[in-house]
Write a protein that binds this ligand. Structure first.
Ligand SMILES: [Zn+2]
Length: 133
């Protein structure tokens, strides 16, 4: 049994209210790097050493170019992780919102489109229609 328009609109409202409650968000992804460095005398090359890091950095695309950001403190990393997670949540909710809207569009009867709204797209039309003759 497919959902009714009323159900779908309720679901859309629920998704929209979740989106409105999102906090600070930023795009990008945070990855950790670490391991062995280039200095063979460094402790990281000793057996059993866990190596350096991990060092975290955020990468994101700006105008098609990858921009990398590093973090000066654990607190700034934690803050960025939270912001990136929020953006991920926003994308998920955005997908849900589009999905439910597409179902609504499919069910929405054509008649519900207001004729006056269509009229506004054609400003060249004369004010009184032929009906008034
Ligand atoms: Zn090293």
């Amino acid at each position: 049994m497919p959902d009714s328009l009323v159900d779908l609109e309720a679901r859309r409202n629920a998704v929209q209210s979740q989106i409105s409650q999102l906090g600070d968000m930023r795009s990008g992804s945070i990855t950790g790097t670490g391991g062995r460095c280039g200095n063979p005398n460094c402790h990281c090359h000793r057996a059993g050493d866990t190596g350096h890091g991990p060092y975290y950095r955020l990468t994101r695309k700006v105008n098609g170019k990858t921009v990398t950001e590093t973090f000066s403190s654990a607190a700034s990393l934690t803050k960025a992780q939270r912001e990136v997670a929020e953006c991920q949540r926003f994308r998920e909710l955005g997908d849900q919102l589009l999905d439910v809207n597409e179902q609504i569009c499919e069910l929405r009867p054509v008649e519900e489109i207001s004729p006056t709204a269509q009229e506004k797209k054609r400003p060249k039309r004369s004010k009184r229609k032929s009906r008034a003759k």
